[in-house]
Design a protein around this ligand. Structure first.
Ligand SMILES: *Cc1c(COP(=O)(O)O)cnc(C)c1O
Length: 373
């Protein structure tokens, strides 16, 4: 009986008409990179007010394609935040380049823009700023630094479709923006990713590289590059599109839930709440708090689970993970104290569309109770 009442960390809101949209594609027989993928690309590019959107298989393939299309590889350095989902740095490794880590702010969990310039060398080619947990990083500042130093900007907006800085959507500030539709994001296709850009040449490269290197210029099919199979299926596109039609409602409700957490947890000892700088619209992909050591974070996760609540840590301190630690031997305590703290003491609370106000009350009460014991 207990399982029925369990409040998971995240649960996708797949409605009847979303399912119908998928079934329609399955019955049509046109399953991969067809009309539904094209529709999705069109509606999202219009929403973001950007020239090109290119749908691919997931939000790691997007970043991988972006780096390859930009010609970034061996001998190049790419600046990434020390705190993110591991994929942000893995893709840099996968193209043979070197990730250069920059610590984050402990208030916003986003890259500390004051620490970027000191990491730029003659080898630096690009910055991958992340809009962590759905909050825009200081992207105007990042773009300004990149311009001054002639660097490319690939925005990892995996969690942040619909997030804004000063009224403009994230993903549209840099040379390229990257989104994910994994089930942990607000809108999902099971898997899925999307690249956006105003650059015609890059968009063309993305389209060629996602589909085995085939170019269909002037109606003639030619294999012009060693490409990937990073295509999106039409049933994924239909599922994503169907949910995308209610994106404003979804983001409004996520903000409503987040505001309840912010209000109710404000005076709880030993909990540091996320801060939201002015001029930014959050998508609240994750409601991420930092707890003090009164009760170890992992113990708190276990206790909350026993209360019927699913929580988890938020993001990795990437240079601290085995592969990166063995390879680069960077001292995270010294160089990335905020990323390390967020990784070790961070806690993500449930937040999703199907969550009720009764659920959130239970979560808050349980957290306060578990925090004390
Ligand atoms: C989810 C996520 C990714 C990876 O997206 P997938 O679609 O799961 O491959 C990359 N970067 C960040 C910041 C993410 O949150």
């Amino acid at each position: 009986m207990k399982e029925i009442n369990f409040i998971p960390l995240m649960s996708p809101d797949i409605q009847e008409h979303d399912i119908e949209a998928v079934v329609e594609v399955l019955k049509s027989g046109m399953l991969v990179q067809g009309a539904k993928v094209e529709t999705l690309e069109k509606v999202i590019s219009e929403y973001l007010n950007i020239k090109h959107a290119v749908a691919v298989s997931n939000g790691t393939a997007t970043l991988h394609l972006a780096l390859i299309a930009m010609g970034i590889g061996a001998g190049d350095e790419v600046i990434v935040p020390a705190l993110s989902y591991i994929a942000t740095a893995n893709v840099v490794e996968l193209v043979g380049a070197t990730p250069i880590f920059v610590d984050v702010s402990i208030d916003t969990f986003n890259i500390d823009t004051d620490k970027i310039v000191e990491k730029i060398t003659a080898k630096t080619k690009a910055i991958i700023p992340v809009h962590e947990f759905g909050l825009a990083c200081d992207i105007e500042k990042v773009v300004q630094i990149a311009k001054q130093h002639n660097l490319l900007v690939i925005e990892d907006a995996a969690c942040a479709l619909g997030a804004t800085e000063n009224g403009n959507y994230v993903g549209t500030f840099g040379d390229v923006g990257s989104f994910s539709f994994h089930p942990r994001k607000a809108i999902t296709g099971g898997e899925g990713g999307l690249l956006v850009t105003n650059n015609d040449e890059l968009a063309e490269k993305f389209r060629i590289l996602r589909n085995h290197g085939v170019s269909a210029k002037n109606g003639k099919m030619e294999f012009v590059a060693a490409g990937f199979n990073y295509r999106m299926t039409d049933f994924q596109a239909a599922l994503i599109h169907s949910q995308f039609l209610r994106i404003e409602k979804i983001l409004d409700y996520r903000n409503e839930l987040a505001n309840i957490y912010l209000k109710e947890l404000k005076h709880v000892n030993g909990i540091k709440l996320p801060s939201i700088p002015v001029g930014k619209r959050h998508t609240w992909q994750s409601f991420h708090i930092v707890v003090n050591n009164e009760i170890p974070r992992d113990e708190l996760i276990t206790k909350l689970r026993a209360e019927g609540i699913g929580t988890n840590y938020g993001a990795q301190c990437i240079p601290y993970q085995t592969y990166f630690l063995n390879k680069y031997k960077l001292d995270s305590v010294k160089h990335f104290p905020n990323a390390l703290k967020a990784y070790q003491n961070g806690l993500v609370l449930p937040l999703y569309e199907k969550m009720t106000l009764i659920n959130i009350e239970k979560i808050i009460n349980s957290l306060v109770k578990c925090k004390k014991k």
